[in-house]
Structures are given as C-alpha cells and as structure tokens.
Design a protein around this ligand. Structure first.
Ligand SMILES: Cc1cc2nc3c(=O)[nH]c(=O)nc-3n(C[C@H](O)[C@H](O)[C@H](O)COP(=O)(O)O)c2cc1C
Length: 158
C-alpha cells in the first residue's frame, strides 16, 4: 500500500485542523496509508518510507515556521533519496495578503530541490490549501479534495 506522510507544525490549531482534513481526504480513497505527524516528531525514516509528503506550516513572516525549516534542513540527510516522490504544502496565515503563498512556495521549493513532484491545484488555491485564520467548512473541504489529489497522483505514479 502506498504511504503518504502529513507533517505539520501548529501553535494555535489552525494548521493542525487543515492537516486532519487532508488526512480525511486521503483516507477516503481507501488505498493509501496515511501517517499524520508533528514536524518535531518527523524522522528521516518517515520521509524516506513515504511515497508522498505533505507539509503544513503557519505563515510566519511570509515563510515557513522555524520548526518546519528545521525538518527541511534535516532532510539534507536523505538528499537524493526523495527523487520522484510526490510533494504538497499548505498553510494558515493571519491575513489574506500576509504571505501565505510565499510560505507554501518556500516549502515546495525544498521539495523541488529534492527532485520531488509537486501537485498544483487548478480549481482552488493554486499552490496548495490556504486558510486565513481558523479553517472554515470551505477550507476544510478544499483540504479534503487536496488530500484526494495527492493520493491519486501517488497511485498514478505507483
Ligand atoms: C511569529 C509569528 C509570525 C507570524 N507572521 C505572520 C505573517 O507574516 N503573515 C500572516 O498573515 N500571519 C502571520 N502570523 C499569524 C499566523 O500565521 C496565524 O495566526 C496562523 O493561523 C497560525 O496557525 P496555527 O493555528 O496553526 O498556529 C504570525 C504568527 C506568529 C506567531
């Protein structure tokens, strides 16, 4: 069974709620094993053993939080071993123009440098799910759909 890791950092729960909705979408497919972890608990083994990796961070000064960057920096230990895996990113910010897109791009950049395959979005927030403040029903649904897209891509690349 293919495995997708959702790794997130969240201080006040908004990014966590998004991560849980992405998990729900992946689980609904019925053919993906889903691992939901805090970034602080995410290991190199977790990254290496996953076919897809989705990382969520609150927007901090327009980029990922330092806890997420720490995982990204740690991932140099498996540089060359993540090539061809699927990557995705999501964020919660305080403001609509507060740097949520640049935060997602900062995570996706790391994935591209690893040689991973990034799933874009045509019908919703284009770079990955965004919530301004606490995720409402619409955002949660977007996260569910995003989870499904990630899982479907993982399966297609099988
Ligand atoms: C240190 C810090 C920096 C932040 N920087 C930004 C920012 O640049 N832009 C923005 O829109 N919100 C910013 N915020 C607000 C958070 O992104 C927002 O509250 C988010 O929903 C928190 O997610 P969480 O509940 O998962 O912790 C910042 C919050 C903190 C604590």
């Amino acid at each position: 069974m293919s495995k997708v890791l959702i790794s997130y950092f969240s201080k006040s729960g908004n990014t966590k709620k998004m991560a849980e909705s992405i998990k729900e979408g992946l689980n609904s497919l019925g053919y993906v094993q889903v691992d939901l972890k805090k970034v602080q608990d995410t290991t190199i083994k977790d990254l290496r053993s996953s076919d897809g990796i989705v990382i969520g961070s609150p927007t901090y000064f327009g980029v990922m939080a330092k806890e997420v960057k720490a995982l990204m920096d740690k991932s140099v230990q498996c540089y060359g071993k993540l090539v061809g895996k699927v990557g995705g990113a999501f964020t919660s910010s305080g403001l609509i123009g507060g740097g949520n897109e640049t935060t997602i791009m900062s995570i996706l950049q790391g994935f591209l440098i690893h040689g991973m395959i990034v799933q874009g979005v045509q019908k919703a927030n284009h770079y990955g799910p965004v919530s301004v403040g606490a995720p409402n029903e619409e955002v949660c649904d977007e996260c569910v759909q995003y989870g499904k897209m990630i899982g479907e891509l993982v399966k297609r690349l099988g």
